[in-house]
Design a binder for this molecule. Sequence first.
Ligand code: 9D3
Length: 251
Amino acid sequence: MRFDVITLFPDMFSVVRDLGVTGRAHRNEHWRLQLWNPRDFTQDVHRTVDDRPYGGGPGMVMMAEPLEKAVMVARNARTDTPPVILLSPAGKPFTQSRAQALANSPGAILICGRYEGIDQRFINRCVTEEISLGDFVVSGGEIPALAIMDSVVRLLPGVLNDADSARQDSFHDDLTGLLDSPHYTRPEVYEGEPVPTELLSGHHANIAQWRRRQSLKITVQRRPELIEAARRQGLLSKADEAFLKLLSRPN
Ligand code: 9D3
């Protein structure tokens, strides 16, 4: 797996390259990261990468030429023909299934925008798809690119430890199911609040039932649309439906 990232802030990427699960995977050569700064593809003394928008309006626009040159050099540094993905608030929402598809591929060239936007002619000429992380605003594409690489690298075979890998095929790790139930660890009472007695019983069937019911309850409260999706996917049992009916009763 290889990611080539085009960014004005290459220093931001040490986090995914050096730390945690993705850092270990990078040291173990499960993936490579190559960074390309559009400023290095300018000609003028000021190394200009942005200019004022035609038609007026606030902010600056990233110029096409330094970006296109960076993409060309990144492309030539690879033997395959990867997708060229622009991180954009106007992109298609990123999902776990897109992460899985990227994990099953040789990787991608990721373009991180800054300023108000990017010259559309660069997008038309070089970009194969646009991806958004969701309906909120961040200052540039870098943090979304980091999140995408993290989500993809942890899916590569051999990257997670055995315990985490075992959890991966359960629908808990993928958001197509229900939201997770709460977790507790020592001490048994914290600031006067005890661990739910069900989790202390050692009765595995009761623990599983308590967790399932907590998941259903939290999902109804926070993401009711996921209940309908789970139902359509045949993920809800008769017992689940009975519990949901109980939850919806006024009490
Ligand atoms: C009102 C115009 N704004 C668009 C919503 C301007 C604008 C805001 C933020 C233009 C670029 C940016 C920088 N954001 C990204 O590049 C970005 C992003 C995001 O802001 N939210 C969620 N996903 C992404 S992916 C890239």
